[in-house]
Design a binder for this molecule. Sequence first.
Ligand code: PMP
Length: 422
Amino acid sequence: MKASRDVVSSRPDLFTGALNVSRIRDDFPILKRKVHGKPLIYLDNAATAQKPQQVVDALVRFYSEYNSNIHRGVHLLSSEATEAFEEARAKVKRFVNAREISEIIFVRGATEAINLVAQSYGRQHVRAGDEIVISAMEHHSNIVPWQILCEEKGARLRVVPINDRGEFLMEEYEKLLNSRTRLVSVAHVSNALGSILPVAEIIDAAHRRNVPVLIDGAQAAPHMRLDVQLLDCDFYALSGHKLFGPTGVGILYGKWDLLDEMPPYQGGGDMISSVTFERTIYNTLPFKFEAGTPHIAGGIGLGAAIDYLNGVGLENIAAYEQELLGYATDSLSAIPRVRIIGTAREKASLVSFTVDGVHPHDIGTVLDQEGIAIRTGHHCAQPVMDRFRIPATARASFAFYNTREEIGALLRGVHKVIELFN
Ligand code: PMP
């Protein structure tokens, strides 16, 4: 086994710097499967990432060895499950470099994290005539919760425009900030364009006016090292399933002082310290925001995913993925009729593109027959499609287990699309 691995890993496309991609691929059982008789080439990582065996094993171990409800049990299984769940919270705390473990709230995903802030912080602080600032390249989950809030409160949503490359316009943003601004909420990385937003500057400009900032990190967390203290963001949202962990679990990070003053988002078990019909006293952080039985296995699985990512190294991942992105961008843009949508100078590892005269769904269908999984559509970012006056794009998004060879197959697939739709 070792010998054959060494043979494979001596190939330049599979061994890059500190990353042994062939060994990494062995950890992801799904990458061995076939699709339409061809080896799976999974380039839909921005939608959801595949799970290493270590994450699958953590889930199996939980359900087969110590499945139990947490926090209130006196029996051994319950204390084992509680310990594992809280250990996972500690792993997340270290992963994002939060100051306090109680600043880490388990939620269903980035969507729920944003809704939590909108419904709790937002309802508490936003009044008629106030403004909330987002960018023109937000996922629907960072648009609609604010629209719901604005409608309820008579507040106004302000949108920072982007240029033709898909870059955030800092000057326009500064013009939009004013005494009515109550919150800024922007993506760290755009899921439709791949643009990395200048979040440190965005946060700094808002803080100069005492405006808190939520960063939607759903697309950033898998690709770069995070440090919420360094960023000084007030809230940070992420999804476990994009981070090689299970679906149905995610994280809201919030600064302790803000979270402490916010009212609960949902009521139920675990979020209280005492209940009578006359009066309920809420639990301390983070439990105040975790009503009901959480996704225990999911949290533990996310902890295992973080262990795995730490083992591979976020810096190694970022460097390798930038190589993949450069190769894919250069070779796709060299193909006639291909137009790349989103050419920001700072990008994470995804390429959105169109082929002149071909509907993106047809691109996706042809590639699927080749075993290549990409995403086509509006990517839950319809305003971005409107901005570029297109109905949809094809999007290839890369993870650290992808290879140059797989991108080569994508390029051959795109040539095939062009021949078929000549
Ligand atoms: N924000 C961004 C930028 C995303 O890409 C996504 C998922 N596509 C979300 C938020 C929502 O994440 P989830 O569906 O996991 O809640």
